[in-house]
Each structure stands twice: as C-alpha cells, then as structure tokens.
Design a protein around this ligand. Structure first.
Ligand SMILES: NC(=O)c1ccc[n+]([C@@H]2O[C@H](COP(=O)([O-])OP(=O)(O)OC[C@H]3O[C@@H](n4cnc5c(N)ncnc54)[C@H](O)[C@@H]3O)[C@@H](O)[C@H]2O)c1
Length: 335
C-alpha cells in the first residue's frame, strides 16, 4: 500500500530518536512527501556523556535535522513526566520508535534494558492511549550467530544490545495479543546511508572505509574480512519498510535486509571502484570476537508477503547512490 499525500493530511507522527540516523531520514521523508502531516521529533540529542567503552551515550545531532521544519523536543524517553506530557498534549496517529542505546558494543546492561526495553513499554502504553500505530526498530542483533539465513523465531543474541531488542519483540507480542493497535517490529540488518556520520565509530563501515580511502589511507579491515559476511542495507530500503509498515493489519516482527550476505572486503572493493583508487588493505585482529556477528543474511519472505516490501538496492547500487554524500561529508566534516 502506498500513501498518497492526502492520506496523512492532519495526521500526527511522533519519531523518537528523530535526530539520529534513521529517525532523521524518516522525518525528512514525511516532510518531503507528506507536507500536511504534523511531524514531532523527540530525541535526547548528545550531551557529551559517554559509556564505559568511550562512545557517546546518545548520538543525536542537530545537523541531521537542518532543513527540517517540524516540532523538535529534546527529551529522554526514560522521563515518565515527559511521556505523560506527550499523552496529554498530543494525539499521535503513528509512532516511529527509533530512540535507543544503538551501540552494539555498549556494556551497561542496566541502562540498555531501561532505555531500550522499559521505556519502550511506556511508549507502547502511549500508543495504546492514542490508538496509534507503533512501528519500532528491532535488530538483526537479536540473531547473534544463529544460522543463516536468519528467521524470526530463531534468535540467539550474543550481546546485551541484541538481548534488549529481543526483549522488545517479546513485549510487543504481548501487546499484539491484548491490544487493538497495529504494532510492527522491523529487524534492521546493517544499515548504511546519509545522516549516519554523527554516529562516530558506530557508523557503518561503508562510511568509515569511504573516508579512509578519501584520506588516501589504506583501508583497515579485520583479519578474515572476506569471510565476515553481513546483510548490508541501504537507508532508502529501511524507509520503504517503515512506510509499508504503516498499512493496517500488518502487526508482526519482520526482517529488513536485502536477503544477501556480502563481505566487508566487498565494501572496500566497491568503494575503491567508485572512487577510482587501488589502495592496499591492512588487516588487523578483530577485538570483538565472542560478541561479533560473522554471517548475517535476512530471510525476507514474510516481510515481502506481509508488507509488500521489496529491497531496491543491491550493495553495488546502494554504495553508488551514497558516494556523493560520503564525499560531501568528507569535505564538510572530516577534512
Ligand atoms: N543503524 C543500524 O544499522 C541499525 C541496525 C539495527 C537496528 N537499529 C536500530 O534502529 C534505531 C535507530 O538507529 P540509528 O542507526 O538511527 O542510531 P542513532 O544512534 O543514530 O539513533 C538513535 C537516536 O536515539 C537517541 N536516543 C538515545 N537514547 C535516547 C533516550 N534515552 N531518549 C531519547 N532519545 C534517545 C539518540 O540521540 C539518537 O539520535 C535504533 O533503535 C537502533 O537500535 C539500527
């Protein structure tokens, strides 16, 4: 089902995590395609506070929203007073829930469960109170090193981040049973594309290798990178899945990938081809063995069937489409 401009006229859309990578892309999608919809972004932005691994606690950045003219709220989804205020003062039709501790290497189990799982429950209650559709970000991290192709129902998370996303899915199923609202969980695989730069070292390796190559540095890969395969998915296909998940009677949990596993070496090779370079690669030991995914490949049969989702970008096409933005970010932010 495709939404025409009129379908979302006078609808109110909440995007949590809207100053982050995927959330900000969603915000612009609605602004550009549904100018009469009211879009509210809620994000804690970045405070400078770090986790024990040295990464920022939240990656939201105002630059992801330059040009966005909807309402912006700086706030924490763990703040119950704020959620009560949203319940009383707004009437949401759709909630796109992207806010999370999105760092798969974060070690703070308490903060992870509180933010990713407990706050999500409060947002589900908000959705129920408003009779709103809930579309939330789950993750391929729920699968850990489960056998490929990964299927919903065969999870084996190997870090607390993946565990938290699986807990969100369990919670969602309870709400699907007991409540009338439409709830869709989207298990994104490895996403790359515009507006990910401010995730720093947690941004995709497509961007990070792209910038290494543009700086004339040898791309640095983990040893055995030709055998570390992931399902890499371009942001446009993530947006497509979210929009298709707005259709009625689509409650469920779905994989969002391309259905193809590609290696980290492939990324470098495609980038070098697009950028016209032939730098030699350096291979370094992988410090994340034990909590690292070595082969992901989404089974997208049910996503296609239930949502009408069809990935439009193979990695060659996604990287080609992304290269001008990789260069722009390099010129404006890195150099
Ligand atoms: N990017 C990927 O490859 C990928 C893959 C699987 C799942 N996901 C999930 O998709 C969602 C979006 O990811 P992303 O890549 O855009 O990451 P991101 O870090 O850019 O976006 C998350 C946003 O949430 C905000 N946030 C964090 N804690 C918050 C809090 N307590 N209150 C309010 N806002 C808070 C951050 O400031 C940030 O802007 C996340 O739930 C993530 O776990 C992403």
């Amino acid at each position: 089902m495709r939404y025409t401009e009129d379908d979302l006229k006078d609808k109110t859309i909440l995007i949590t995590g809207g100053a982050g990578f995927i959330g900000s892309n969603l915000a612009f999608y609605f602004q550009e395609n549904h100018p009469d919809a009211k879009v509210v972004v809620l994000d804690s932005f970045r405070s400078g506070e770090t986790l024990s691994n040295g990464n920022l606690k939240s990656f939201g950045h105002f630059k992801n929203l330059i040009g966005f003219s909807g309402e912006i709220i700086s706030g924490d989804i763990n703040d119950k007073d704020l959620l009560l205020d949203l319940e009383v003062n707004y009437d949401f039709d759709y909630i796109f829930h992207e806010a999370a501790i999105s760092d798969t290497t974060a070690q703070e189990q308490d903060l992870m469960i509180k933010t990713n799982v407990n706050a999500y429950k409060d947002l589900l209650d908000l959705a129920v109170a408003h009779n709103a559709n809930m579309i939330y970000a789950s993750s391929a991290a729920t699968y850990g090193n489960a056998e490929s192709p990964q299927r919903v129902g065969r999870e084996a998370p190997n870090n607390v981040y993946g565990f938290s996303k699986l807990s969100m899915d369990h919670l969602s199923r309870e709400y699907m049973k007991e409540c009338d609202i439409n709830i869709v969980g989207l298990r994104y695989f490895n996403v790359y594309g515009a507006r990910e730069y401010f995730k720093n070292t947690t941004a995709s390796m497509v961007l990070q290798f792209g910038h290494q190559i543009l700086a004339g540095k040898n791309p640095r890969l983990f040893e055995g990178s030709d055998k570390i395969l992931r399902d890499f998915i371009y942001i446009e296909d993530i947006i497509q899945a979210n929009i298709k998940a707005m259709a009625p009677n689509t409650s469920g949990i779905y994989n969002v990938g391309t259905g193809k596993a590609r290696s980290f070496q492939d990324i470098v090779d495609i980038l070098q081809k697009e950028l016209g370079t032939s730098l030699e690669c350096e291979y370094i030991p992988n410090p994340f063995i034990g909590s690292y995914q070595f082969h992901t490949e989404a089974d997208i049969a049910t996503t296609k069937e239930a949502l009408g989702y069809a990935p439009a970008y193979e990695m060659e096409e996604g990287i080609k489409a992304y290269v001008p933005e990789i260069k722009r970010i390099y010129e404006t932010e890195v150099k």
